[in-house]
Each structure stands twice: as C-alpha cells, then as structure tokens.
Design a protein around this ligand. Sequence first.
Ligand code: NAP
Length: 466
Amino acid sequence: MLLYTMQDNSTLVIKNPANDEIIATLPKETEAGLQTILQNLRQGQKNWSQRTVQDRLDCIVKFGELILENKQELAAILTQETGKPITQSLNEIQGAQNRIVHLQANAIQWLSEESLVETGPTLEKIVYEPLGVIANISAWNFPYNVGFNVFLYALVAGNAVLYKPSEYAALTGLQFEKYLHEAGIPTDVFRCVIGDGRLGQQILEAPMDGYFFTGSYATGLHIAKAVAHKLVPLQLELGGKDALYVSDDVVDVKQAAISAAEGAFYNNGQSCCAVERIYVSDKIYEQFVADFVTEVKSYVVGDPTDIKTFIGPLTRQPQTALLNEQVADALDKGAQLKLGGKEIAGQGNFYYPTVLIECDNRMKVMQEESFGPIIGIQKVSSDEEAIACMQDTEYGLTAAVFSANEQRAMRILKEMNTGTVYWNCCDRVSPNVPWSGRKKSGLGATLSIQGIRAFVQPKAYHLRKL
Ligand code: NAP
C-alpha cells in the first residue's frame, strides 16, 4: 500500500501516516504552468536583485516572525503530513529560526563587495552577484531546517526560488509560500510547486541557474547526471550512515547511552545525520547495551499528536520493507535482536524501535542508510579498530566520538572523512559552521559563509583610472 497515491494524473492525495486518512487533495502543477511560473520568476528576480540586502533581509525577518506567530498550527500540519511527534515539530519550527538570526548577523557583510587593492594604478574588487532563478528540490524529514538552509539564503542573496517540496511535505511547502508572500517577498520571486518526482524531472529539464537538492543519494546522482551539461552550480545534501564510537574512558556510560539513543531515534531515525551505527569499547559494552536498551524501552511510541510521544509513524510506508530486510540480514549474519524488529500491527506506518547487537560491518544495517527506528551496535577492542570500522562506508556526512579525553577524540575525528565531526555530542546542525557531505553524502555546503556564497557568483573588477 502506498502512503501517498496519485489519484489521477492531476492531483496529489495526501494521507496521514499515523492513520492512513486522507488529509488533502492538491492540484499538481502542470508542465505549462511550470513554464509560466519560471518566466515570471525570471522577471521578478531582476527587480528583487536591485533591492538592498537589508531590504531583502527585512522580509526574511518578518517571515520568521509570522512562522513563530503561527507555530502551533504549522506544527500540527507538519505532524499530520509527516507523522513527526508534535513536540519535535514544534522544536523544528523554533530551532530553524537560528538560520534567520544567523543571516541577520552576517548576510550584509558576506554579500558586500570586497575591495582587495585600493591603491596603485589598478584597483581590484569582488562583487557578489546572485545566480538568478534557482531550483530548490527538498526532502520531507526536516522541511523547515533543510528548506531554510537553501531558500532563505538564496533569497537574501538576491535570487528567485522555485521550491519543490517533497510530496510528503507539500502542505508545509505551501505554508512557506503563504508566509513568505505575506512577509513581502513578491509572488514572482518565490514559488512553491506541487507534484511528485515527475515534476522534479521537469524542473531538471527547465532552464534554471542552479540546482540545490536535499534528498537521497540515488535521486542526487540522477540530478547530477541530468543537469551536468548545463554547467550551473549544483549542490547535493544527501544521506548518511553516521557512526558513533563510545570509548572506554567515558565518565558516565549511562549518559552516553541516553545521548546515543536520542541521536539514533529522534524523529524516528529519519534524520540525515541520525546516528546509524554504534561502535562500543569491549570494556564497557555490556553496561552500554543494558543502559541503551533501558532508554529505548522508555520511549513512548504512538499517536504523534500526543505531547508525550517520542516515536511516531514512519513517514513513508515502503521504508518498513527496507527495515525488515536489514533486520533479517543482520540476524542471518549473527546479530542478536534486543528490541523490536518488525512493524506494529494496526493502522499507520508504525515500526517498533529496534536494537541489534553483536553487529559487524558485513551487515546491511551497518552499511546502508536505514532512515528509521533501528540501530546496530558493534563491540570493538581498540581505537584503531573503531577508526577502521567507522571509515568503512560509502558515506561521509558525520562521525562522533564520546570520550573523556579531548586529545584522544581529536586524533580519531581527524581520521574521519566526513563533512562534520562531533565530540561528546551528535545529530546536531548549526548555522555557524558549514553543513556538507563527502563521498555519497553530497557535494557543496549550506550554512556559514560557504552556505551564503553558494548562492552568488563572484565578479572580479580590475579598475584603472586614465
Ligand atoms: P528523495 O526520495 O531523494 O526525494 C528528494 C526530493 O527529490 C523530493 O522532493 C522528491 O520528490 C524529488 N525527486 C524524486 N525524483 C526526482 C526526479 N527524478 N527528479 C527531480 N526530483 C526528484 O529523498 P527523501 O526521501 O525526500 O529524503 C530522504 C533522504 O534525504 C535521505 O537519504 C536523507 O538522508 C536525505 N537528507 C539529507 C539531508 C542533508 O542535509 N544531507 C537532509 C535531509 C535529508 P517527491 O518526494 O515528490 O517524489
């Protein structure tokens, strides 16, 4: 059974993943409609880019205020269409505001022209010009965070944005459009278009000035190939198989287990930077596993609209088959199931929080992105073994070490071929530092100065007065 089905070729039927009820039927954007929108955006961008950065920033700040004023309703929409527990929906909406604070503090400085040679016969400076009309094809799992990382930064930099939310977060995408327009962003500068992957495909074929994608490696690779001939900027924020190593010197094993479990199970494990595999020193392994299982057992699983719920339904029903396959493969190769391992019977896409121990890197659960409430735990006997296991992956998003010894942790983190590393924390994104993936986890960076410069092109001026 598909969670979201195309009722006919012109509408998108949206179902609540907690109870399979239809919550909306949305008209899909047509190919002709898309062409008109793009022509309008092309025109709108010219005027938008003439406005000052401060002026554009003021609109973004107003947008942030409107989002906060309406956050209860917006959280309810997010929970209804993705199944995200309501407290986590509220956290996401509140947390994403830090992108706006970050832009307020830095955008003017980072988008201003830079004079590099101010004396002598030839003056030299850099001017940062917007790219033009960019496409933002986005994911459903954290639509506020990953959406804001792209469209807010792109807009402040003077671009027009064609935003295609995932079909699993389409209602939230429409709310972004509503409040951006209400905040003063012209209707021909930001547009949200509704549709499934076929609409995404049409966007790839359209004349865009840049592609900014958040989603899976498979779709990211497809996009990279499809737009390569255009030679326009391409940014890919993709999946991960993020490792966490718990060394034998952690001061508080129980606290390490609680933090690791939260990193693995927050948002039902549907985070790009969720902890996806855990390596634990053999000296503390038994205690860590016991504390970890106790913690996961304490999670309230069920109705995502209940403020006590920590684990709601999976957003996408087909993910349960992948999780079942990972469990079967792990058990076949010698893992032990400590908790869960199957769907919860009844309505909705519920899956028991699942803990597998005695895992090793031959298992799919330690190699392939799970994107669900499942974790594999492996015993290691040295830092060297942990480093080798953590590095044995096709992905490169994040890696974490829990250790009381900073030097020891830094030595391990230096070895990691990932865009982000964590010491005594995990599953964390900050606008102050770049967010980027290596290998199959992506290309380019959002957030920080890199994240804003991604939406401009430098023009070099050589100026000689005669
Ligand atoms: P997905 O299936 O790859 O879809 C992502 C977007 O691409 C959706 O809007 C989707 O539309 C669209 N799409 C599908 N086929 C397309 C095509 N042929 N051409 C153009 N666009 C197309 O990924 P997802 O399930 O939404 O997101 C989960 C993945 O995103 C995970 O791998 C996760 O790790 C990754 N992620 C990464 C980050 C990061 O910052 N690195 C953040 C969040 C998520 P429809 O949904 O309408 O089909």
